[in-house]
Design a protein around this ligand. Structure first.
Ligand code: SF4
Length: 714
């Protein structure tokens, strides 16, 4: 008899519910879960094609050591022996984990516990560093915690939705569908899209602002200065719940209007139209994503946006608030368990001695990392320099996705000991591993993920584990046990989740926002039937699954949004305005006169290790390409679909030209997905320099000076 299982899509941060059906003959099909509050039955092209990506072609089915098949015992012993030897000889900071927003929260929890509490280093970072770490840093500066104040429903309730640095239509498609449906139902609703490109998202925009790359701080500073002259400022909210407005206003008002036009590249009427809309519309949501985060000024951009919402008191109320959209399915879950080099666990701070003591006592661990570890870009530079001598990479492909990808590949190749846990043995990174450990893929994994609106959902297994593949949390626990560490005797992901929930509540007097403590102590059966819920999430005294928040979003608003009545997490409970000033944004010069912007396309995910298997998905856009303006195409002498070589001081890519008016002059967009196996030279991240935001460590992947010329095969 066919079996249907409720699970979660493994791609973007929307976190859609999926019903996976396995027929008697083993055929798998998927449909959207009508009861899941994130998508209410919808799926995008990628989610709909999940069943086409789960074959065993290229699967890593058993452990390997130096290219030969090995048993689990031998492989795990090798990992323990090499990591232990490096730690003994060079200290704990000579090893590192590089993990992923693809990991489930339970995997992330165990990885973070092992590295920070038992190995004693904070050298665990994640590809989520490339995704949303500027938002984390901005939240912490403004709110005193990494808290997303609102929820998806706010996009439907708002009268004005501002999308900045977010191609929602392609990168968060189901959320875009919800927004488009709401706009169609309420013609008075306005959408503003701020993006150097006229993306598909701009097709529903009432106003598209083709901003200069990295012009966001100037734009939102200009907006704050404008709002300060109007009645849109919420004086009561400012006085009761915030501090630092004067300094932020002084920084924001230091720019003349002509300078604002120059820095943003926008005309006076466009600016006035946007400022007027924002001023007049109380129910305003500002969504931001990689176009804001992936910048050397990403954290300042986030704070410039937050300043405008704090100044107007438009935060944490239905249809109002700033909204950071996470790119990955479990970027938020990684934040909850501290799976970043500068975080601890349960939203506690590594720099805070009381937090460190609390976590160490809870774990009963022999040590605790007492300072932030290396963030992604620094981590791979340390590998290149030789100070990291043993590296464990889980569920990610940095040889394609990291900035300065050629240098990252060379570093991994030269690293004395590299472990890769993955589902495929064919990734660009896996081929450099000394030890390969087979992991579970989507449809086989079992655990939880958290989406952009803080909603925790179960990802459930619908298929048996192929070959000898095992869960990442199990691999990590086995290594920990073999290193003679206690506290890793988990028998199931439910036991890991239980401990994670208990830590969130451990000595939490309300000074930390993340609290799922009522979910500790759930038995296995209840974990299996757990319905999606948002944190903070009291169970109202009952631990029965029926008391989980009902599907359909009927929980009280107070439990789903933060900060309408203040209650920030800085000492004193006030939000802090952050005074920000725009940095110089133009990186071009005579040799590299174009600005490269990298990003996602609708039908592929990251480095295409899964979506690349679906012919249907590849039929949308079959090849890597460079989007450029017709005048630029004439200037460099390339025709549509002609091959074009794009180069920076760090590398080059050869892709086809796509000539379009959607692209602003001087800018080139190239998707991030393709590698050098799919095309001769298409790893666009090889061109991106290892330049990062000084607060978040997030790379600046959207403003790279490059040259462009027709490619002539020699
Ligand atoms: Fe999956 Fe995101 Fe598409 Fe939803 S919108 S189906 S989570 S890729």
């Amino acid at each position: 008899m066919a079996v249907e299982t409720k699970t979660t899509c493994p791609y973007c941060g929307v976190g859609c519910g999926v019903i996976a059906r396995v027929d008697d003959d083993g055929a798998v099909s998927v449909k959207g879960d009508p009861d899941h509050p994130a998508n209410l039955g919808r799926l995008c092209s990628k989610g709909s094609a999940l069943a086409e990506t789960i074959d065993l072609d290229g699967r890593l089915l058993h452990p390997e050591i130096d290219g030969r098949r090995a048993g689990w015992d031998e492989a795990l012993d090798r990992v323990v022996q090499r990591f232990s030897a490096v730690i003994t000889e060079h200290g704990p900071d000579a090893v590192a984990f590089y993990v992923s927003g693809q990991l489930l929260t339970e995997d992330y929890y165990v990885a973070n516990k092992l590295m920070k509490g038992f190995i004693g280093s904070a050298n665990i970072d994640t590809n989520s560093r490339l995704c949303m770490s500027s938002s984390v840093a901005g939240h912490r500066r403004a709110f005193g915690s990494d808290t997303v104040p609102g929820c998806y429903e706010d996009l439907e309730l708002a009268d004005l939705v501002v999308l900045t640095g977010s191609n929602l239509a392609w990168c968060h498609p189901v959320l875009y569908q919800r927004l488009a449906a709401a706009k169609a139902a309420r013609p008075g609703m306005k959408v503003v899209v701020i993006d150097p490109r006229r993306t598909m998202t701009a097709d529903i925009a009432d106003l598209h602002l083709a901003i200069r790359p990295d012009g966001d701080v100037a734009l939102f500073n200009g907006l704050l200065a404008h709002l300060a002259k109007t009645t849109a400022i919420d004086e009561n909210y400012l006085a009761a719940h915030t501090e630092g407005f004067g300094e932020a206003f002084a920084a924001a008002s230091g720019m003349s209007f002509p300078e604002l036009m120059d820095r943003t590249g926008l005309g006076a009427s466009e600016l006035r139209q946007f400022f007027g809309l924002f001023e007049r519309t109380e129910k305003t949501v500002t969504c931001y994503s990689q176009g804001v985060n992936q910048s050397s000024s990403g954290t300042d951009k986030v704070n410039a946006i937050l300043n405008c919402h704090l100044a107007t008191g438009r935060i944490g109320r239905p249809g109002m608030g700033p909204f950071s959209l996470t790119g990955q399915p479990n970027a938020m879950g990684g934040r909850e368990v501290g799976g970043l080099a500068n975080m601890l666990a349960a939203h506690m701070a590594i720099e805070n001695a009381e937090d460190r003591d609390r976590v160490q006592r809870f774990w009963g661990s022999p040590t605790i990392a007492d300072r932030p570890g290396l963030k992604a870009v620094d981590l791979f530079e340390a590998v290149a320099e030789g100070s990291i001598k043993a590296l464990w990479i889980m569920a990610t492909n940095p040889v394609v996705s990291m900035p300065d990808a050629d240098a990252v590949e060379a570093a991994i190749k030269a690293c004395p000991f590299v472990v890769v846990s993955d589902v495929l043995k064919t990734t660009d990174t896996a081929r450099h591993a000394h030890v390969l450990l087979p992991s579970l893929g989507w449809g086989e994994k079992d655990g939880t993920v958290t989406n952009s609106e803080r909603r925790i959902s179960r990802q459930r297994s619908v298929l048996p584990a192929p070959g000898e593949a095992r869960a990442d949390w199990w691999q990590l626990s086995e290594v920990a046990r073999r290193m003679d560490f206690s506290g890793f005797d988990y028998r199931s992901p439910a036991e890991v989740f239980d401990e994670h929930a208990a830590l969130s509540a451990f000595e939490n007097d309300g000074s930390r926002d993340f609290d799922i403590g009522d979910y500790a102590g759930l038995d296995r059966e209840i974990y299996e039937t757990l319905a999606p819920f948002q944190w903070p999430a009291p169970l109202n005294g009952s631990k029965a699954p029926a008391s989980n928040p009902p599907l359909g979003g009927t929980k009280p608003d107070s439990a789903r949004r933060f900060f309408a009545n203040g209650g920030f997490y800085h000492p004193g409970g006030r939000a802090r305005f952050v005074a920000v000033t725009p940095a110089e944004t133009d990186r071009t010069n005579a040799e590299y006169p174009f600005t490269l912007n990298t990003g996602r396309i609708r039908d592929q995910w990251h480095t295409m290790t899964r979506t690349g298997k679906s012919a249907r998905l590849s039929s949308h856009i079959a090849e890597p390409y460079a989007e450029l303006h017709p005048r630029d195409a004439i200037d460099i002498g390339v025709g549509n679909a002609g091959l074009i070589e794009i180069a920076s001081p760090h590398g080059k890519a050869i892709v086809r030209a796509l000539i379009t008016q959607r692209q602003a002059r001087g800018n080139i967009f190239v998707p991030m997905h393709w590698n050098d196996q799919f095309a001769a030279k298409a790893r666009v991240d090889a061109l991106v320099p290892p330049l990062t935001d000084k607060f978040s460590g997030q790379p600046a992947s959207k403003n790279v000076a490059v040259s462009a010329r027709p490619f002539l095969a020699s």
